[in-house]
Design a protein around this ligand. Structure first.
Ligand code: 28F
Length: 682
């Protein structure tokens, strides 16, 4: 058996799978583009293929052969990207001033519909190709996708980029255009036309818009199940970034029906209010700043809460830039300067005293949105803005306008400065605590904590650490493990909830400190992934409510203080078995109710009267070392769940709600997600 590692998002997952059929009649059921080519050639026998058609087929084939180049990956993120590509086209139509409403729907059968009320993609025949513009948009690969080489899309620029990519990666796709009183329709399978454009019906004379329905190709994607929360979060972001645009999301899958309408006249101001919506605020107003130079525009909205996290979201041409870049740099520098200047002038800071950038950003929620003609995206994931002129623009906007805001709003200014000062002092105190702990425990000497039973291997990429809750489980794990590459760190008692603690409490905490030392990479801004001692960090806790709580506390800690661990996919949750099945001398285990039923049927096979004894595993502590190894630790047989950050904004929200100060949102969240209770153990 091979190791089953299932990727999972931090978001509560929806209950999966409804495979109802859509009554679509596709007459082609083909495996590959090559096959399609062959068939179309046969069908068209006699008709010469012209150069443009061959180019189309080659283009689509390239997309299907290397999907990652066009949509980043074929995992969940790539799957959801398909929807964003289609929605982007509708948003371009909105930016051009012709579309006010967009609908994104997960249909009962799990396929996607996107509708806009723009002008409708033109349907007239293009002179160069002799084909309807609609067909060209859906079959011709436009230069430079977001992930491929080459140019980038600029808002208001290339209309329809990406549609052909989605088409190539869809088992089937239908596009309908309402224009001139008619409904034009066209159908495709894996990018190839299965029905030429025709008039499918009529509509009101003034009615216009574009509608796309598609089913992602299960041959391409690891999984074609959409997560409503991921789509909704992204659509909300789009609605915030495009003030006045109304976006509706619907999940119509049976048993999980939901819908939301997102419409924000206030744009990024409302985005910031929303980021702070479950938090206690330091000042009432959202601070808004904006400016323009030549053809570059920047706007910034910010507001402080009384928490300790920094939450800066930056965008360039409405594209999220999680790694920041020039726009963020310009903001950060100007913020630190402005607060220090104000502090000195008002004598809130002594002459020599300074607050650091990090201190100035504690508890800050901020959205930076810039628009520029030729955005350069850099870095490993193309998620960092490289245009340096925008840094100067953002810097001067913030320097001028934040300066004025602080002058005019002394109460808010005072609260912000006090917070930065407190942060600065706490940071000093934390540094001292850390140094004294280092001296006492010889952290520098590389001495490991008592609670760690280390492994022999020294190459981190081969090492695993099990973080085990409870003494008896840890005992079994220590005896059952393969000590060549498996280390065990035991933890007991309730852990600190870092969401409610000041950062300076972290190092002093008796549960967290040994873990920080064992992992070896530090925390927060000092975190250094190169010093990490294990590349698999496996949380092993019971499959019950207490276990779920421990797991959530640990994940909150990793998310807030060691986020790269999650981003790199180094954090896992062990999956202990739920059932033991015994028939005579044969014993097997099951990890879910379905598996229990399947295995019991298998064991009974051929003998309906066979007696099979099924018992439930109570907890890790009750397994003997051999059992624990066999079921939960042996890489050949175990099942691990990788913890992924589907979306940092969504994860931040879930952690704030689940672990933060306010009780009401948590109650609501739990009630809302009660039906997915099994998934609270993220
Ligand atoms: C549900 C997805 O894709 N909406 C779109 C338009 C509108 C135009 C357009 C799109 C013209 C020649 C490229 C209409 N009238 N929603 C969408 N709405 N594309 S995509 O034009 C495409 C270009 O080739 C449009 C006048 N100009 C543009």
């Amino acid at each position: 058996m091979s190791e089953r590692e299932t990727a999972r998002n931090l978001a509560p997952e929806n209950i999966k799978d409804n495979s109802g059929d859509m009554d679509l009649n596709l007459n082609l059921e083909l495996e590959s583009v090559e096959e399609l080519k062959a068939v179309s050639t046969a069908v068209d026998a006699g008709n010469e293929y012209d150069a443009s058609e061959i180019q189309v087929l080659e283009g689509l084939e390239a997309v299907r052969r290397r999907p990652g180049m066009y949509i980043g990956s074929t995992s969940s993120s790539g799957l959801h990207h398909l929807v964003y590509e289609i929605v982007d086209n509708a948003i371009d139509e909105a930016l051009a001033g012709f579309c006010t409403d967009i609908l994104v729907k997960i249909n009962p059968d799990g396929t996607i519909t996107v509708i806009d009320n723009g002008r409708g993609i033109p349907v007239d025949i293009q002179a160069q190709t002799g084909k309807p513009a609609l067909e060209v948009v859906y079959t011709v690969l436009h230069a430079g996708g977001k992930f491929g080489g080459g140019g980038y899309k600029v808002s208001g620029g290339l209309h329809g980029v990406g549609a052909s990519v989605v088409n190539a990666l869809s088992e089937w796709l239908i596009v309908r255009v309402r224009r001139d009183g008619h409904i034009y329709e066209m159908r495709f399978a894996r990018g190839i036309v299965t029905r030429e454009m025709y008039i499918a019906g009529d509509c009101e004379p003034g009615e216009t818009g574009t509608e796309v329905i598609f089913k992602p190709d299960a041959e391409i994607f690891e999984d074609i199940n959409f997560e409503y929360d991921i789509l909704r979060t992204r659509m909300r972001e789009e609605a915030f970034l495009n003030a006045g645009l109304k976006i509706q999301t619907i999940d119509a899958r049976p048993g999980q029906e939901r819908e939301h309408i997102m419409f924000y006249q206030g744009g990024i101001r409302e985005f910031v209010s929303w980021l702070n919506h479950n938090k206690d605020l330091l000042h009432d107003q959202v601070i808004y700043m904006s400016g323009q130079k030549d053809n570059e525009i920047a706007e910034i909205a910010m507001q402080y809460n009384d928490g300790y996290n920094e939450n800066i979201l930056s965008f360039a041409n409405n594209v999220h830039t999680p790694e920041g870049g020039m726009h963020e740099d310009g903001f950060k520098r100007a913020l630190t300067m402005a607060l220090n200047q104000y502090g000195h002038r008002m004598k809130l800071l002594k002459d020599e005293e300074k607050v650091s950038g990090e201190d100035c950003r504690e508890g800050l929620a901020c959205v930076i949105s810039v628009k520029l003609p030729e955005a350069q995206f850099e870095g490993q994931t193309k998620a960092k803005l490289g245009n340096s002129r925008i840094r100067t623009l953002v810097n001067s906007i913030v320097t001028d306008q934040l300066g004025i805001y602080l002058e005019e709003n002394p109460a808010a200014a005072r609260a912000i400065l006090d917070k930065a000062l407190t942060a600065s002092r706490a940071r000093e105190a934390a540094k001292k605590a850390r140094e004294s702990i280092r001296r006492k425990t010889g952290l520098e000497s590389g001495q490991m904590p008592d609670k760690l039973q280390d492994c022999n291997e020294r190459d981190p990429s081969l090492c695993e650490i099990y973080i085990v809750e409870g003494d008896s489980a840890a005992g079994s794990a220590i005896q059952g493990r393969d000590s060549r590459f498996q280390a065990i760190l035991s933890m007991w008692g309730k852990m600190l909830n870092v969401e409610k603690a000041r950062p300076d409490k972290i190092y002093g905490n008796d549960k967290l400190y040994p873990m920080i030392v064992a992992l070896g990479a530090g925390i927060g801004s000092e975190f250094d992934i190169n010093k990490l001692r294990y590349h698999k960090i496996i949380i092993m806790a019971d499959a019950d409510v207490d276990g779920a709580h421990i797991r959530t506390l640990l994940l909150t800690f990793f998310f807030r203080y060691m986020r790269p661990l999650i981003e790199r996919g180094y954090v896992y949750s062990a999956v202990p078995p739920l059932y033991k099945l015994i028939r005579g001398k044969t014993t097997r285990v099951a990890y879910s109710d379905q598996e229990r039923d399947r295995i019991s049927a298998e064991m009974r096979a051929g003998n309906p009267n066979a007696k099979i004894e099924i018992s439930r595993f109570k907890g890790l502590g009750e397994m003997d070392p051999h059992e624990l190894w066999e079921t939960t630790m042996d890489p050949e047989k175990r099942s691990l769940r990788r913890i992924t950050l589907g979306d940092a904004v969504l994860a931040d929200e879930v952690f704030t709600i689940l672990m933060g100060e306010q009780v009401e949102p948590r109650k609501q969240w739990i009630e809302r997600n009660a039906m997915y209770a099994v998934n609270i153990d993220i």
